[in-house]
Design a protein around this ligand. Structure first.
Ligand SMILES: C[S@@+](CC[C@H](N)C(=O)[O-])C[C@H]1O[C@@H](n2cnc3c(N)ncnc32)[C@H](O)[C@@H]1O
Length: 207
C-alpha cells in the first residue's frame, strides 16, 4: 500500500467513534480483529492503552456478538480518561513498564482463555518491549499478542518521528530473541495486501 494511503486513512481513523466514544482503529484493523475473534473464540481481551475506552467497549461488544457471554476485557492505562462503566470491562490503572503490579498472576488466572493481548500504549520501543517481555511469560499456545501502530514509521507527519520506529523495532528485536515461540499471522497481516494493516508483522500467535 502506498504510504499516502496510510496518511489519508490516519485522518479518518483519528476521527472515528464507536457508540459515541473515540475509537482509534483503522478500517483494515477493525476487519482483521473480526477475523481473529471469529477464529480464536477469544476468552479475554487484555489491552494496554485504554485512552477513552472506545476500543475496550468495541472488544466487549464483539465478544458478546460472538456468543461469548463470559468474555472479559481488561484494559490498562497510565491515565484515567474513561467516563463510562461496563460490567464486562475492567479498567485498571497501571504502567506498561510494570505490568506485574497490575496484571497479577491471580488476576490472569481468573481470565478466560484464550487471550488476545493488544499492545496499544506509547508506541515507544521501551513500552513495546516491556509489554512483549511481560506477556511472553504468560501466553499459551493459541493466544495472540498484537503490537499496534507500527504504521507510525510510514506516516509522513513530523509528529510521528518521535516514535523512532518503536513498535516495529520492538517486534523485530523480540522475534530475534523469541521467534521460535511465535508465528507472524500472515493470513491477517497480508489479508488485504502485504501488511495492509496499522500493525505490520504485529499479529503474533503463540506457538
Ligand atoms: C493510542 S492510545 C489507546 C487507544 C485505544 N486503545 C483505542 O484504540 O481507542 C494510547 C494510550 O496509552 C496510554 N499510555 C501511554 N504510555 C503508557 C504506559 N507507559 N503505560 C500504560 N499506558 C500508557 C496513554 O495514556 C493513552 O491513553
Amino acid at each position: 500500500m502506498p504510504d499516502a494511503v496510510f496518511d489519508r486513512m490516519q485522518q479518518g481513523t483519528m476521527r472515528t467513534v464507536y457508540r459515541g466514544v473515540p475509537f482509534f482503529k483503522s478500517p483494515f484493523d477493525i476487519a482483521l480483529y473480526l477475523q481473529l475473534l471469529s477464529r480464536q473464540r477469544t476468552g479475554t481481551v487484555i489491552e494496554i492503552g485504554t485512552k477513552f475506552g472506545g476500543s475496550a467497549l468495541w472488544f466487549a461488544d464483539m465478544l458478546t456478538a460472538h456468543g461469548n457471554r463470559d468474555g472479559r476485557v481488561v484494559s490498562v492505562d497510565i491515565e484515567h480518561l474513561v467516563d463510562f462503566d461496563d460490567a464486562r470491562i475492567d479498567f485498571l490503572h497501571g504502567d506498561a513498564n510494570s505490568l506485574d503490579k497490575v496484571l497479577t498472576k491471580d488476576l490472569l488466572a481468573r481470565c478466560p482463555r484464550p487471550f488476545l493481548v493488544v499492545e496499544d500504549s506509547s508506541h515507544q520501543y521501551r513500552e513495546t518491549t516491556a509489554v512483549l517481555n511481560y506477556f511472553h511469560d504468560h501466553l499459551r499456545t493459541g493466544d495472540y499478542i498484537v503490537v499496534e501502530d507500527g504504521v507510525v514509521s510510514r506516516l509522513s507527519g513530523e509528529q510521528y518521528r518521535r516514535y523512532d520506529h518503536g513498535p516495529n523495532r520492538g517486534v523485530a528485536d523480540f522475534l530475534d530473541r523469541h521467534g521460535v515461540d511465535y508465528e507472524i499471522d500472515t493470513d491477517l497481516c497480508d489479508r488485504y495486501g502485504h501488511n495492509a494493516t496499522y500493525n505490520p508483522n504485529g499479529w503474533l500467535r503463540r506457538r
